[in-house]
Design a protein around this ligand. Structure first.
Ligand code: SF4
Length: 138
């Protein structure tokens, strides 16, 4: 019993000693970008669901426009109207929070086309730590 408690206390102390990862080049808002930087775009589940749905809509639209033989100008103006409708319909995401730097989708969690909520959390400085401002080492 005593030794189990000691081990538990030691683990707790290790956790307490772990430095926060915010000085690491992969750290963003409590999340870790290491895997994404290693294989950009490989994990589709880290991408924003709203951006993905816009891309899907656009791809389907392009296919239909080609099937109907639409000229580029006509297709472009139809897509503009369609996109404006989609924007008016609002953001279909439970995690959406207004803010951030992007004009089309002003969400505080959006970074490029990634959703910071979907990325793995950073639990503190680990073996992958790399200081900011240096080239990435693999
Ligand atoms: S929370 Fe924001 S960035 Fe994340 S999926 Fe929703 S809209 Fe996209």
């Amino acid at each position: 019993m005593g030794s189990t408690r000691k081990r538990g206390d030691a683990r707790q102390a290790d956790k307490l000693r772990q430095m926060p990862g915010n000085a690491c080049r992969f750290f963003r808002a409590g999340r870790c970008l290491y895997e994404e930087r290693l294989n950009p775009g490989y994990n589709g589940s880290w991408r924003c669901v709203v951006v993905r749905s816009w891309e899907r809509e656009y791809d389907e639209f392009v296919q239909r426009a080609e099937a109907f033989g639409l000229e580029d100008d006509a297709a472009g103006s139809i897509w503009e109207r369609r996109f404006a409708e989609m924007m008016r319909a609002g953001v279909a995401c439970d995690r959406f929070e207004r803010g951030g730097e992007y004009e089309l989708l002003a969400c505080v969690h959006l970074m490029g086309d990634l959703c910071l909520c979907a990325l793995p959390p950073c639990d503190g400085v680990c073996g992958r730590f790399q200081p900011r401002g240096r080239r990435m080492k693999n």
